[in-house]
Ligand binder design. Structure first.
Ligand SMILES: Cc1cc2nc3c(=O)[nH]c(=O)nc-3n(C[C@H](O)[C@H](O)[C@H](O)COP(=O)(O)OP(=O)(O)OC[C@H]3O[C@@H](n4cnc5c(N)ncnc54)[C@H](O)[C@@H]3O)c2cc1C
Length: 430
């Protein structure tokens, strides 16, 4: 299993591989500037360069045949504004570290991904999300960015100062420049409890019950194995706001011991599931910051579909269950609220996310994905940019009505395509 984040020793070596080991980032070099001024000089001089976050994407979104740069050696620069409920943070900082510091300042992130080890810059660039009918992607909480552009200039861009095109600037797949800092909206610190219910009856995957379960908490994750029933429901509730769930909920019974979402994995890596109240950042992610999370030996795919059609989308794929299961660790269903970010998979659409954690069988997964995607096609699926998919570029582009404006924005900021790579060229067009 690879380390979670690049060690300083990676600097100026070959960039190496992704956390899962399945993506080779290319020949490099990998630069690790120690100041923003160094980064600006580096970018100005480089014919082509691309940012690398904490290496948690499964797609080739961060790979390059040219130079890469990590911000791991830049200072965290955490600056909280408690009155405005915001934080300015270095792009290389991991959400788990940010959340800990926010708690000390009496603040919290409204939502978090399943893993707290992922960088703020890298997650914002791909539309990383947690779960909850009322929570938008992590990228949606960004209110300003500092961006090093192709010429090496440092621009501060914000929702307030750049209202026409800020929605195209945050979730930009690394194509507009290197983000050095982000300012994020926060909420007052709050307490949560998490519980897990198991072994739901098969008929709970119908539309009404599925919608009810997904709406049944502040943040809900449903795990299943394409055998027609939900195996685990992880429900995260805000204490004092959401009701505690009964022992039996939608026919599933409350787990009496902690579980891991992937069969056979130890639950010690996971956040508390006893219902004990705790700080939100210790309940919102599935995995604990202090442990190497999940498996490493995995690949992920995920498709955003309209939330109201999630039961039909799952039913459409269900006949492939027998072919999916041998390749699968577990599947997860989450929800994310619509946002306005031009390249967001949740753009103007309340979404449900149909997720697969695959065993590390890239060839077999690649062979099966087109069949899954064909069955999801009637639901206008938008693949997660950071996960593996085989959807044709035209079909991906069709899902983004604001793509022309995004491409015009990219032409303005990076006419020479200094920040592009093969993945971006293929999907967005050169
Ligand atoms: C175990 C596991 C669990 C996960 N759970 C979730 C989840 O709950 N929800 C979810 O949505 N996703 C999840 N993901 C996927 C992951 O959150 C995304 O792929 C995310 O983008 C990875 O961030 P990163 O920091 O590793 O960035 P990388 O993968 O290193 O890079 C991603 C993109 O960001 C760009 N980038 C990075 N830093 C910068 C910067 N400073 N400036 C400009 N561009 C930059 C890169 O160029 C690249 O295009 C999970 C992944 C793993 C391995």
């Amino acid at each position: 299993m690879s380390p979670i984040s690049p060690s300083p020793d990676h600097a100026l070596e070959r960039p190496g591989r992704s956390w899962s080991g399945t993506v080779d980032y290319g020949p490099g070099p990998l630069h690790a500037p120690e100041s923003v001024a160094q980064l600006q000089a580096l970018v100005a001089a480089a014919p082509r360069i691309r940012a690398l976050g904490t290496r948690h994407s499964f797609s080739e979104i961060a790979a390059s045949d040219a130079a890469l740069v990590t911000l791991a050696k830049l200072p965290s620069d955490l600056q909280f504004d408690t009155a405005a409920r915001t934080v300015r943070v270095g792009a290389g900082v991991r959400y788990g570290e940010l959340a800990l510091a926010a708690a000390d300042a009496g603040l919290a992130l409204a939502t978090m991904g399943s893993l707290p080890h992922i960088s703020v810059g890298g997650a914002s660039a791909t539309g990383t999300h947690g779960s909850g009918d009322h929570h938008r992607s992590l990228s949606s909480s960004v209110r300003a960015i500092d961006l090093v552009t192709a010429e090496g200039d440092l621009l501060t861009l914000s929702r307030d100062q750049n209202p026409e095109d800020f929605d195209g600037m945050v979730l930009a797949l690394g194509t507009l420049g290197i983000v050095t800092h982000l300012t994020l909206d926060l909420v007052p610190a709050f307490t949560m409890r998490q519980s897990v219910h198991l072994d739901f009856p098969a008929d709970r995957m119908n539309g009404e019950d599925l919608g009810g379960m997904l709406a049944g908490g502040y943040s809900v994750s449903l795990f299943h194995h394409w055998d027609g029933h939900i195996a685990q429901a992880w429900v995260k509730q805000a204490v004092g706001v959401d009701e505690e769930l009964p022992q039996t909920w939608f026919g599933g019974h409350r787990a009496t011991a902690p579980v891991h979402p992937l069969p056979g994995m130890p639950a010690d890596f996971c956040t508390d599931q006893t219902g004990e109240p705790g700080p939100s950042h210790e309940r919102l992610p599935h995995f604990r910051l202090e442990f190497t999370p999940s498996n490493g030996e995995e690949i992920q795919s995920e498709y955003f579909v309209p939330r109201g059609q999630v039961a039909q989308a799952l039913a459409a794929v269900m006949p492939l269950g027998e072919r999916i299961r041998p390749l699968l660790h577990a599947s997860e269903v989450r929800t994310v609220a619509a946002d306005e970010l031009w390249l967001s998979p949740a753009y103007q659409r309340d979404s449900a996310c149909v997720h697969f954690t695959w065993k590390q069988l890239p060839r077999e997964v690649d062979a099966l994905l087109p069949e899954i995607e064909e069955r999801l096609a009637p639901f206008a699926p938008r693949p997660h940019w950071g996960k593996v998919f085989t959807t044709a570029p035209d079909a991906v582009r069709e899902q983004y009505p604001r793509l022309p404006e995004f491409l015009a924005l990219r032409d303005r900021l990076d006419a020479g395509r200094k920040f592009s790579n093969a993945y971006v060229d293929r999907l967005l067009g050169e």
